[in-house]
Design a protein. Structure first.
Length: 371
């Protein structure tokens, strides 16, 4: 069952609350349901997927967060293989052009969603909430967590309190769980813990404080004619000093848009330096840099644009472990793409590892083995 904010408010107690329905949160939810746990996933947006994001701009369909993913580990490979068999994901290509020069494919598949990058998260959400789970997993979209921490002043070792607010203006609501996973970007997770009055032990606080992210502007540009981006429709650029554009994709060549449309990603440095600049200025600069791959005068051939600003786009420093435990009893941990490996596969692996950790931790609390 996927509940919007106006849906049922009767579920107030569960085994595990997962904050965030990106790939990490959805992989964690699926793993926990398979282990027989009841799960509530809270997602502040109206849909699932987080940074695996697809948007309609006029008649075009554009991926504006993650553009593709690779598969290296066994856990993620199984999940992708099943999704491919169901037609939810497919191989895009085996390599992109680099600085506009053709690159021989390295034999390593670059995967995409069949109709957009949200296809994989949507499939995982459907599996977690339906397939044999008989209501054990509820995903509440348009529901923003505002505080997560052990219940009571110091906690009784058994419960986690989660406060959330819905986007429909309903009053702040409380949830009670036996454990919690925070899959939000680390600065946001730290805010949620701080809002609940959680004082991290210094070593844990120091490890989490090492995580940093680059922001990223994503400009979507709908064209009235095919672009000049060479096959297979993805161009990577060196992000050396002064570089403005890191990536340009042609969503039509990629196979997700019926009409020509580019996604232009700015470099981390440009995005940081222009983060608070007027959007119209950012859009103009990015369009200027994409100009060589637009066939004609942008003033005439650009049909529509849309600019997305990601504050926490890509981790620049990651923690070496797949999760960081904030508390063992009740079990609370941070996970996501800043743990063990950045990007889609790292986030998925971290979510699965965190689910296994919390399942064991709950068992330990239940039989009195937890500290
Ligand atoms: C522009 C861009 C390009 C990228 N390109 C690639 C690429 O080509 N290949 C690749 O592998 N990776 C790429 N990535 C990285 C990849 O998208 C991420 O590593 C991965 O999707 C992270 O997944 P996650 O589940 O850890 O986090 P997220 O996807 O960020 O999920 C966290 C979720 O938590 C939700 N949330 C936040 N706060 C709250 C709250 N208080 N309450 C409830 N919910 C909340 C968010 O809405 C979000 O849905 C890119 C990312 C960006 C932004």
């Amino acid at each position: 069952m996927i509940d919007g904010a106006t849906g049922s408010r009767t579920v107030s107690e569960t085994d595990v609350v997962v904050i965030g329905a990106g790939i990490a949160g959805l992989c964690a939810a699926g793993e926990l349901v398979r282990a027989g746990r009841r799960v509530i996933v809270l997602e502040k947006s109206r849909g699932v997927g987080g940074r695996m994001a697809t948007r309609r701009v006029g008649a075009a369909v554009c991926d504006h967060g993650a553009q593709f993913f690779t598969v290296r580990g066994r856990g993620f490979e199984g999940l992708v293989r099943d999704a491919a068999a169901d037609g939810a994901v497919t191989v895009w290509c085996h390599g992109f052009t680099r600085n506009a020069a053709p690159v021989a494919g390295d034999g390593h598949p670059r995967w995409r969603g069949a109709t957009g990058m949200t296809d994989l998260p949507k499939r995982l959400a459907a599996l977690a909430t339906t397939a044999g789970s008989s209501g054990r997993c509820v995903i509440r979209t348009a529901s923003r967590a505002v505080a997560v921490g052990p219940s009571g002043v110091k906690g009784d070792g058994h419960r986690v309190d989660v406060m959330l607010e819905a986007s429909d203006g309903a009053p702040v609501e409380g949830l009670s769980a036996r454990g919690a996973l925070l899959t939000t970007p680390v600065p946001q997770s730290l805010d949620l813990l701080a809002a609940a009055g959680v004082a991290l032990d210094p070593a844990t606080g120091d490890r989490l404080a090492t995580v940093g992210y680059d922001p990223c502007f994503a400009l979507m540009v709908v064209l009235d004619r095919p672009s000049l981006v060479p096959p297979p429709g993805g161009m990577q650029f060196d992000v050396d000093e002064g570089a403005v554009v890191a990536w340009i994709a042609d969503n039509q060549q990629k196979g997700i848009s019926a009409v020509p449309a580019l996604t232009v990603h700015a470099t981390g440095r440009f995005s940081r330096e222009h983060f608070d600049a007027p959007p119209a200025d950012v859009e103009r600069i990015l369009l200027e840099h994409a100009r060589p791959w637009i066939d004609g005068d942008p003033a005439r051939v650009v049909v529509a644009t849309s600019l997305q600003r990601w504050k926490f786009a890509l981790p620049t420093t990651v923690v070496a472990e797949p999760l960081v435990a904030v508390s063992d009893a009740p079990p609370i941990a941070c996970c996501g793409d800043a743990f063990a490996g950045p990007r889609v596969e790292g986030a998925a692996s971290s979510g699965m590892a965190a689910a296994r950790w919390i399942d064991h931790a709950l068992a330990a609390v239940a039989d009195g083995r937890a500290p």
